[in-house]
Design a protein around this ligand. Structure first.
Ligand code: KE4
Length: 430
């Protein structure tokens, strides 16, 4: 019988002094009816908790750990830069190197600014769009999550959806009044809104592959229509690639789907597990950012040398030939195995996948938007989560999150995951 005593004790202490005992809501595992374990260490595809229990990890720190945990190149890069110091609050060569890697990978980006999180990246991109266009209204899509800046907490995905809250107290009506949220993949609605209001819209921001309502790929022509309509009405198209950037391809979803957004936001993988966000775009847009231009944005630890070193080491590894092909093979094997497990157990389950982002929905209908995702049986998902956890499979504790396969997931990991899923789905159907 596994023990979770040490995690339990730590959680009791944490709940006294940290809201909900966690530093990010989704980690509290509330929607799946269990308590979180505290992680002691991580290596490759595995996590080990405070009580010594080991897990195959499909959260990967919510996306950054595409190489797997504690990759030697990343650890070594961090160790090397530590000898120079930790933070200078002044320009460092490593910031230039990471910026050059991002620009080299993403053709639509000519200039890029480093920040410390995905939220900072998207929040700043929206401010730039409003500054450049002189317009206030932004369009997002139901179920997409762009971080926790006020403007985005409308029909948001991820933790907001997980907690089943409409938005958040503390966000002024005046702010929300400038945010329109439309159904994802609904081309007709989007076109009609743009025809009516396009000339007053500063930006349309989208997850080009939605990973915060579970995994929902873009419908055919959806992204192309966003590009066409925003160009027609002088709005900026912002791709929030915080999750998809360097995940679904080295050049992100914009390269995969061959769309050139006006601005792009990154996070997660570009920091290799350390706090890094980035936003960038055409030179004429990014030259509006202070101190070159009037749109203000700043950050004490932006471009931190240790974080830059981890990001550079990560991108250099994933840039190597064959990296994405190998990841595609293991990811498709996992997806096929989960689909076969659902069929074999006659389970109501739908699987979506784009590259190494996988989403399993416990519903019997296609999932193409947030409303479809919400037809999933959340109680059954909670039971599925708990039983997979007991079998040492560490999934996102929410139906409205994606799974991430890393380069460190072995054939054995994939096989063990598939057999655990078949066993659990069987139990759930008994
Ligand atoms: P951060 O501020 O959490 O670094 O990034 C916000 C963000 C922006 N855009 C997209 C597409 C994102 O997925 C995120 C953050 N993703 C969630 C996981 N779905 C972070 C997990 C958490 O909130 O703890």
């Amino acid at each position: 019988m596994k023990s979770y005593q040490k995690s339990g004790n730590l959680f009791e202490r944490a709940k006294e002094i940290i809201p909900g005992g966690v530093n990010s809501p989704v980690r509290a595992c509330r929607s799946v009816g269990t308590d979180p374990v505290f992680i002691e260490k991580a290596l490759g595809s595995k996590l080990t908790d405070a009580d010594g229990n080991e897990y195959i990890d499909y959260i990967g720190s919510w996306g950054p750990m595409i190489l797997g945990h504690s990759h030697p190149s990343v650890i070594s890069a961090i160790e090397q830069v530590l000898k120079r110091g930790t933070s200078f609050g002044a320009p460092v060569d490593l910031e230039v190197e990471l910026a050059e890697l991002i620009i080299d990978a993403v053709p639509a980006i000519e200039k890029v600014r480093m920040v410390n999180s995905g939220t900072e990246a998207t929040m700043s991109a929206i401010r730039v769009a409003r500054g450049v266009t002189g317009r206030d209204t932004i369009v997002k899509f139901d179920g997409c999550y762009h971080g926790h800046a006020d403007s985005f907490l409308v029909a948001a995905g991820s933790g907001v959806a997980t907690l089943g809250i409409a938005g958040s107290p503390g966000v002024p009506e005046a702010v929300i009044a400038h945010t329109m949220s439309l159904p994802y993949n609904d081309i007709e609605t989007f076109i009609s809104v743009m025809e009516k209001s396009g000339d007053s819209i500063a930006a349309v921001i989208v997850e080009p592959v939605a990973g915060n309502m579970g995994l929902v790929p873009p419908a055919k022509n959806f992204l192309g229509t966003l590009r066409q309509e925003t160009a027609k009405h002088g709005c900026l198209l912002i791709f929030d690639e915080v999750m998809t950037g360097f995940r679904v391809s080295y050049g992100g979803a914009q390269t995969l789907y061959n769309i050139n957004p006006d601005m792009s936001c990154f996070g997660k993988i570009v920091g290799g597990g350390l706090p890094v966000g980035a936003y960038g775009g055409r030179k004429d847009i990014m030259s509006q950012v202070a101190p070159e231009g009037p749109v203000y944005q700043a950050g004490t630890l932006s471009g931190n040398p240790i974080a830059m070193a981890a990001g550079i080491a990560t991108l250099k590894e994933i840039k190597k030939p064959g990296f994405y092909e190998a990841l595609e093979n293991s990811s498709s094997r996992l997806a096929q195995g989960l689909e076969q497990a659902a069929v074999a157990t006659d389970s109501k389950a739908v699987l979506n996948r784009v590259g190494s982002m996988v989403g399993l929905f416990l519903t019997d209908q296609a999932v193409t938007n947030f409303e479809d995702a919400k037809t999933s049986d959340l109680d059954k998902f909670a039971a599925y989560y708990r039983k997979m956890f007991e079998r040492g499979i560490y999934l996102a504790p929410s139906q409205f999150e994606a799974l991430f396969v890393s380069a460190a997931h072995s054939d054995q990991d994939i096989d063990d995951t598939i057999s655990a899923a078949e066993s659990v789905l069987n139990e759930l159907n008994d």
